[in-house]
Design a protein around this ligand. Structure first.
Ligand code: SF4
Length: 70
């Protein structure tokens, strides 16, 4: 879909954590992953593009690291 983040279909955060309770509570999928314009301010996307290095899947669009042991 043209309106989604261009990385969405291969992004580990989206693929693995879109159903995580904290992700849902913070509305990160709608606010970043499903919004091409706002995805340009995703910390994960910006850092990966600037460094050329992938971040862990549980690194969120706001830069917060998701707790994954719950
Ligand atoms: S977490 Fe960031 S890079 Fe991944 S799909 Fe969402 S907006 Fe795109």
């Amino acid at each position: 879909m043209a309106n989604n983040c261009s990385n969405r279909e291969k992004c580990g955060f989206y693929l693995n954590y879109k159903e995580h309770s904290e992700v849902i509570k913070n509305n990160w999928i709608e606010d970043f992953c499903n919004n091409a314009e706002k995805s340009e301010s995703c910390e994960k996307k910006m850092l990966e593009e600037s460094t050329g290095q992938p971040l862990p899947d549980h690194f969120t669009p706001t830069g917060k690291v998701l707790r994954i042991n719950n």
